[in-house]
Design a protein around this ligand. Structure first.
Ligand code: SF4
Length: 330
């Protein structure tokens, strides 16, 4: 362990992430060494990202009925999972943005369960962004699936400052999880977004049955992309989806992954996303925030309930982690 930690310590000094083999070694650490790895990951996060935690709210503009078949996702219209297609109206969207801003969050991400946006969705987004801007001061992000170059350009013109599109899993495992589109199609969208100047938010979901090697592969593919933010999801098996019977990721494996992804991506915003409550519980949530995570989503996720925002904000206050202010990110 000491050799490994010595190597990992260079991340602290140089701000350069561990390579794939180094990430794999962290993912394989015995339980006894996990606290030291989390402590190092926390030091790396504090040194290269600062003490602040970024808070984000998400809202679903169009829920369910997606034509794609991502096997973990209850929003696919191809499974028997009980999420039906529903559109949110503009007043409800504005109210969600207002409530998100009231928590102190700086980010409000508008999400749609689609392969990519059609004209109806782009029109809703245009109207929604305009309406939000009239009454709420918050950064607006979007997650609308795969984009064309013209759509990327339009999002830039609308002032969308960050775009989320997850790689979900390692390239080598992706065909086992999604058959209706390819990993490369996702990568193409991400490259266009990055070239546009919008911030790139790109992460994945762990616990899909991928090997530790494939988890390390995903970390290395994210390194190549250099996203501004990496949301880390843990599978919350949804009834009716092909992965509905999968066991939860072991909490210690989830914490090893948090440390490993932080050591791979020392300067990136590493966000707790879906599945952390069920995978880690309260104690693990705290350990992750002291082990490399520096961003949270407040309130509810897209298809499952999260913790009340007040609980997360109280935990951040207790850990003496300031919430990043809007003035810092504009
Ligand atoms: S993850 Fe996205 S693209 Fe895949 S089925 Fe769910 S909503 Fe559709």
């Amino acid at each position: 362990m000491s050799d490994l930690l010595d190597r990992a310590r260079t991340v602290l000094e140089t701000g350069t992430g561990l390579d794939e083999a180094g990430v794999l070694a962290i993912l394989r650490l015995p339980d006894d060494d996990l606290p030291a790895a989390l402590q190092l990951a926390h030091e790396v996060r504090t040194r290269w990202c600062g003490p602040e935690v970024e808070v984000e709210g998400i809202v679903s503009l169009k829920t369910g009925g997606c034509p794609e078949d991502c096997h973990f996702c209850s929003q696919s219209g191809l499974f028997t999972s009980p999420v039906r297609a529903v559109w949110l109206d503009i007043p409800a969207l504005v109210e969600a943005a207002r409530q998100t801003a009231a928590t102190g969050a700086t980010e409000f991400c508008i999400v749609a369960a689609v392969r990519g946006p059609d004209e109806r969705l782009m029109a809703q987004l245009r109207d929604g962004v305009t309406a939000i801007r009239e009454v709420v001061d918050i950064n607006i992000a979007a997650s609308l699936g795969m984009l064309t170059q013209a759509q990327v350009d339009e999002l830039v013109a609308l002032g969308i400052h960050r775009y989320n599109h997850n790689l979900e899993t390692a390239r080598s495992y992706f065909p086992r999880i999604v058959t209706t589109h390819t990993w490369e199609e996702r990568w193409d969208t991400l490259r266009m977004v990055r070239a546009s100047g919008m911030e790139v938010c790109c992460g994945g979901i762990l616990g899909l049955g991928e090997t530790l090697e494939q988890r390390a592969e995903l970390a290395s593919q994210l390194q190549e992309l250099e996203p501004h933010e990496v949301p880390l999801n843990f599978l919350n098996p949804r009834p009716g989806t092909p992965l509905g019977d999968r066991p939860l990721l072991d909490a210690r494996d989830a914490l090893r992954a948090i440390a490993a992804f932080r050591l791979a991506l020392p300067r990136t915003i590493l966000r707790y996303a879906g599945g952390r409550e069920i995978t880690l519980g309260d104690l693990g949530t705290r350990e992750g925030l002291l082990g490399g995570v520096n961003a949270v989503i407040v309130g509810n996720y897209l298809t499952t309930l999260g913790r009340p925002p007040a609980d997360d904000l109280a935990l951040l206050a207790e850990l003496q982690m300031p919430v990043k202010a809007l003035s810092d990110v504009l």
